[in-house]
Design a protein around this ligand. Structure first.
Ligand code: NI
Length: 167
C-alpha cells in the first residue's frame, strides 16, 4: 500500500466532477486501500478520490476513535435526507481551517461495496455529516464554498501564507 499526496485548496483539480465507476476492479480496490491508509495517516475521518487527484466516485470514511469502522462507498448516492445539524467541519485539503456548516442530520445512502454489490445504509450525526462532506468532494465542492465570499478569500490568503512558510 502507499500514501497518496492530498490536493490542497484552492487547487483547481478539487473542482473536477468525478465519474461513475463502471466496474470494481482490483485497481479500484487498491486505490481504496491506499486512500484508507492516507486518511488514517493524515489523520482524518474521510477522504474522497478527488482529493488524491483521481476523479472517480469513490470515498472512504471512518468516524470511530480506534480506526475500526472503515466504510468504502463506490458510486455513493444520497437517496433520503432529513433534519438539520450545524457543526464545525475541517478538511484534509484545507488544513488548519474549521468552519461551521449546516447539513442534513440523517441520510440514507446507496452505494456499491468493494465486491461490487449494492448496499444501502442509514447514517446520522457525525457519520452523516462526513458522508455528505465526502460526496460533495466528488461533485467538485469543498466545504469552504458554503461560506461567504469574504470568508473564502480570507481562507485562501491564510493558506497561501502558510504554504510560503512551509515551502
Ligand atoms: Ni474534505
Amino acid at each position: 500500500m502507499a500514501l497518496l499526496p492530498i490536493l490542497r485548496y484552492p487547487d483547481n483539480r478539487l473542482h473536477k466532477k468525478a465519474e461513475r465507476i463502471r466496474e470494481v476492479t482490483p485497481e479500484i480496490r487498491l486505490l481504496a486501500a491506499d486512500m484508507a491508509e492516507t486518511m488514517y495517516e493524515a489523520p482524518g475521518i474521510g477522504l474522497a478520490a478527488t482529493q488524491v487527484d483521481r476523479h472517480i466516485r469513490l470515498i472512504v470514511v471512518d468516524v470511530s476513535e480506534d480506526q475500526s469502522e472503515l466504510l468504502t462507498f463506490i458510486n455513493p448516492e444520497i437517496i433520503e435526507k432529513s433534519g438539520e445539524c450545524v457543526g464545525e467541519e475541517g478538511c484534509l485539503s484545507v488544513p488548519g481551517i474549521y468552519e461551521t456548516v449546516t447539513r442534513a442530520e440523517r441520510i440514507k445512502v446507496k452505494a456499491l461495496n468493494l465486491d461490487g454489490k449494492e448496499f444501502q445504509m442509514q447514517a446520522e450525526g457525525l457519520l452523516a455529516v462526513c458522508i455528505q462532506h465526502e460526496i460533495d468532494h466528488l461533485q467538485g465542492k469543498v466545504f469552504v464554498e458554503y461560506l461567504s465570499n469574504l470568508k473564502q478569500t480570507r481562507i485562501k490568503s491564510k493558506l497561501a501564507k502558510k504554504a510560503r512558510i512551509t515551502a
